[in-house]
Design a protein. Structure first.
Length: 230
C-alpha cells in the first residue's frame, strides 16, 4: 500500500468546532450494509471484551453475529479489516463522548483549560479501564506495524489528526511570540498523555496522581504562556 496522504489542517465547521476525521462516516453504504457492518463490529467488540483479542476469530464472530462466512466476508474480508473498523469506531465513540461532555471544548480559545481537563481525565483511576480495549488494539497494531501497512496507515491517520487539532487549538489560544511551536507542543502533549496512560495500565500505583498533575501543569504552563501557579 502507498503512504497515506497527510490530512489537511482542520477547518472550522458550522458549529464552530473543527470538521474532523472522527466526525465523518463511511460513504456509499446502503442502510442494510451499514446495519450489517455494525452487527459484525458489535460481535467482535463483545468477544474482545469477554475473551481477549487473541480469541477473536471469524468463526466466533459468525456465531455471535448470526451470519454465514460468506455474509461476514462480504462486508469484512479479513479478521484484520474487522480489527481496524472496530478500532476506528471505538476511537470515534470516545472522542464524540469527550466533545459532548461538560469539559472545555476544542477550538474555543481555551487550549490551556482543555489540556488541564484532559490531563486530569487521563489520571483518574478509571481512565485506563475506559480505554482498555482501545489500548489492546493499539498495542496489537504496534506489534505488527512493520508487517502491515494498513495498521501503520490507520495509526498515522489517527495520530496526525490528533496532533493537528491540538496544534490548531494552541495556535488559536496562545498569542505570538509563542515559546514553543504549536506542532511541537502538540507532540509533547500527545506523548505525555499516552505515556502516563501506559504507565498506569502497567502499574496503577506508579506515581501519585495529584502530584503528577501538578508537576505536568507546572512544566507545561510556559508552553501556553500561563503562570505555573494558575
Amino acid at each position: 500500500m502507498s503512504t497515506p496522504t497527510p490530512t489537511p489542517p482542520p477547518t472550522p465547521s458550522a458549529g464552530g468546532l473543527p470538521c474532523a476525521w472522527w466526525e465523518k462516516e463511511t460513504e456509499g453504504l446502503s442502510e442494510t450494509a451499514r446495519k450489517r457492518r455494525e452487527e459484525i463490529m458489535d460481535a467482535a467488540e463483545a468477544i474482545i471484551a469477554e475473551l481477549g483479542i487473541d480469541e477473536l476469530s471469524l468463526s466466533k464472530i459468525e456465531d455471535r453475529a448470526g451470519m454465514s462466512r460468506g455474509q461476514l466476508t462480504y462486508y469484512f474480508p479479513t479478521r484484520e479489516s474487522i480489527l481496524l473498523a472496530v478500532y476506528d469506531r471505538m476511537l470515534r465513540r470516545m472522542i464524540r463522548a469527550i466533545m459532548a461532555g461538560d469539559g472545555p471544548k476544542l477550538m474555543t480559545g481555551h487550549a490551556w483549560d482543555c489540556f488541564r481537563f484532559a490531563l486530569n481525565d487521563h489520571l483518574q483511576p478509571d481512565g485506563q479501564l475506559r480505554g482498555k480495549e482501545l489500548f489492546t488494539l493499539l498495542f496489537t497494531f504496534l506489534a505488527r506495524i512493520n508487517q502491515r501497512t494498513d495498521y501503520r496507515n490507520k495509526l498515522s491517520e489517527m495520530y496526525h489528526g490528533w496532533r493537528e487539532h491540538i496544534a490548531a487549538d494552541i495556535s488559536d489560544s496562545v498569542p505570538e511570540p509563542r515559546p514553543v511551536k504549536p506542532k511541537i507542543a502538540a507532540s509533547m502533549i500527545q506523548a505525555l498523555l499516552q505515556g502516563l496512560d501506559i504507565q498506569l495500565m502497567i502499574d496503577p500505583e506508579a506515581f501519585d496522581r495529584t502530584e503528577m498533575f501538578e508537576a505536568c501543569t507546572q512544566l507545561l504552563a510556559p508552553v501556553f504562556k500561563q503562570s505555573p501557579v494558575a
